[in-house]
Design a protein around this ligand. Structure first.
Ligand SMILES: [Zn+2]
Length: 162
C-alpha cells in the first residue's frame, strides 16, 4: 500500500482507516539526523485510526531497525524498535487530561498532519539518551589498542640504552 504524505486524522478515525506500509527512514528528517542508516532502511507501519467510544484514537505498531553511533566507540549500535502505538487524538490539553489511561495524547490542530510525524516521534522515543553497545566489543578492542605501549616510546627507550 502506498502511504499518504498528509492525512486528516479525525477523518481517518471517523472512517476507520487502516494504514499499512513502509516509509524510508531518510524521509523522517529529525530521526535521520540521529541515526547512521537513514539511507538504507525503512520503518514498517501498521496504524489503525478508529474510535474508542467517543475518543478518536490511533492504535497499531511501528517496527524499524535503527542504527545509532555508540557513545563509547562510535560504531553502530542496533536498536530494534517494535513499538506498540496507542494514541488518543486531542485538540487541547484539557481533552488530553480526560483521555482513558491506555492512550497517550497526540495533540492535533485542525486539518491535516504528516503521517510520518506520528511514526517519527515513536521511533525517536525508542532511542536511548546515551546509546551504547551492551557489551561493547569494539570498545574493548579500542581500549586494547590504546593501552598497548606506544612504539615510539619503546624506540626512545632503546635509544637511551645504546
Ligand atoms: Zn561501542
Amino acid at each position: 500500500m502506498r502511504l499518504p504524505e498528509l492525512i486528516d486524522p479525525l477523518l481517518c478515525a471517523a472512517k476507520g482507516r487502516h494504514w499499512q506500509g513502509k516509509l524510508a527512514l531518510g524521509r523522517l528528517g529529525r530521526l535521520a539526523d540521529m541515526i547512521v542508516n537513514p539511507a538504507e532502511d525503512e520503518v514498517e507501519i501498521d496504524l489503525r485510526f478508529h474510535r474508542d467510544g467517543r475518543t478518536p484514537v490511533v492504535t497499531g505498531h511501528v517496527r524499524a531497525g535503527l542504527k545509532v553511533a555508540c557513545q563509547r566507540c562510535l560504531e553502530p549500535v542496533d536498536i530494534a524498535v517494535d513499538q506498540a502505538v496507542s494514541l488518543g487524538l486531542v485538540t487541547s490539553l484539557d481533552e488530553g487530561a480526560l483521555l482513558p489511561e491506555d492512550y497517550e495524547p497526540l495533540l492535533i490542530g485542525q486539518g491535516r498532519i504528516r503521517l510520518a510525524d506520528i511514526v517519527e516521534d515513536e521511533l525517536i522515543l525508542a532511542i536511548p539518551p546515551i546509546p551504547r553497545h551492551e557489551r561493547c566489543e569494539m570498545c574493548e578492542i579500542r581500549k586494547d589498542t590504546l593501552e598497548r605501549p606506544n612504539p615510539f616510546a619503546v624506540l626512545a627507550d632503546l635509544k637511551t640504552k645504546t
